[in-house]
Design a protein around this ligand. Structure first.
Ligand code: AGP
Length: 367
């Protein structure tokens, strides 16, 4: 097993560090002459133009990837997209139309609720595109079309590199969809595709910054409960950062859309409670920073993740983690890395079984 870990103490850390290679393996084969190419003849530009609604369906981390995908699809292509938890979708008699597209996302391709959601969509005559990591898995076999992610085997229960390449695949899909529908010019499509291609390079410094994140984890190691806040993409990333933390470190953690704090959660903010505020999106970062300030003035210990040039006023955060310049739309690819590392180091410092957290299986094949 030590050999399989390639010198890393845990599979999770190894897999976090494998992300640049996974990005290249997943994105490069789908770029032709600088343009995104899904390489699925049935999903031609003409077919992409005819889609009315998109339903992204998955569980856990894969569902969180779907949330990023929804935002990218709606923002770029202006196609209505909704995200569903597979176990909800399958029992809620969803409104589906043959002109819709269901996108099923799964690392293992064996999650039972996700497979059942796929079968439901197919039984209603809706085409299903699967974004799957395991070749030949049940979901890959049952879907109409497959976009494989090339993360390689993911051993740690906590999904990291599979999430990263799910995001990349959904971005590529969103670019092609938006281009096909005339919402993105060829020049802009090329620019975004080139930015996506260099994502592996963009995250390298975040992988190298692990000492900073380890230090932060050491400051919060004895915490009982933690809150993540953000808006838009940063809310989707809050959910994923929070899931990662609770899954492997057993620290109670919740994620809130920052604007929701005032609608209840802020009553839980007392002296010393950690708040992790994510503020990477220009349109809303000032709002999130002001929410962070509200928690700080009630005694919270705030870690703020933001971009290079944002001016952080006094009294907002105890610690500020800066991300490098990158296209704002793709910022989730960069932001997720320190959140994964934070969860990892919290779990290590708390003496948890990082790769095999209690009560959890890598693939949930029963309901
Ligand atoms: C992620 O860290 C979790 N272990 C879990 O939420 C996982 O993403 C979920 O069970 C979905 O699995 P799948 O991608 O294999 O379908």
């Amino acid at each position: 097993e030590a050999a399989e870990k390639g010198g890393y103490p845990h599979f999770m850390l190894k897999e976090i560090h494998e992300q640049p290679a996974a990005i290249t393996a997943t994105v490069s084969p789908r770029v032709e002459d600088g343009m995104p190419d899904l390489r699925i003849p049935e999903l031609s530009d003409e077919k992409l133009r005819s889609i009315r609604n998109i339903h992204l369906v998955a569980c856990g981390t894969a569902m969180h990837a779907g949330m990023v995908g929804k935002t990218a699809i709606e923002r770029l292509a202006r196609v209505p997209a909704e995200v569903d938890i597979a176990s909800e979708f399958r029992y809620r008699d969803p409104i589906l139309d043959p002109d819709d597209l269901v996108i099923i996302i799964s690392q293992s391709g064996e999650t039972s609720d996700t497979l059942a959601a796929l079968r439901l969509a197919k039984s209603r005559g809706v085409p299903v595109l699967a974004v799957v990591n395991v070749v030949g898995s049940s979901i890959a076999r049952a879907a109409d079309y497959v976009l494989y992610t090339y993360a390689g085997p993911e051993i740690a229960v906590a999904s990291t590199k599979a999430y990263m390449v799910q995001l990349c695949t959904l971005y590529l899909f969103a670019f092609r969809l938006a281009y096909a529908r005339g919402r993105l010019s060829e020049a802009e499509t090329r620019r975004l595709t080139a930015e996506l291609l260099r994502a592996g390079e963009v995250i390298q410094p975040r992988l190298a910054d692990c000492e900073q994140i380890k230090y932060l984890a050491s400051r919060f190691v004895n915490t009982q409960s933690c809150f993540f806040i953000g808006r838009g993409f940063d809310y989707a990333l809050s959910l994923e950062g929070s899931l990662k933390l609770k899954e492997i470190s057993y620290v109670h953690s919740d994620a809130y859309a920052a604007g929701e704090l005032k609608h209840g959660t802020i009553s839980l903010i007392t002296d010393g409670v950690p708040v992790i505020a994510l503020a990477t999106q220009k349109q809303v970062y000032e709002k999130t920073i002001s929410n962070a300030k509200e928690t700080k003035s009630r005694g919270a210990r705030v870690i703020l993740f933001t971009t290079k040039d944002v001016v952080v006023p006094e009294g907002v955060a105890d610690y500020v983690v800066r991300l490098d310049d990158y296209d704002e739309l793709l910022m989730p690819l960069q932001l997720i890395v320190p959140l994964q590392l934070f969860a990892y180091y919290m779990a290590v410092l708390r003496g948890c079984d990082v790769d095999k957290p209690r009560n959890l299986a890598k693939s949930v094949t029963v309901e």
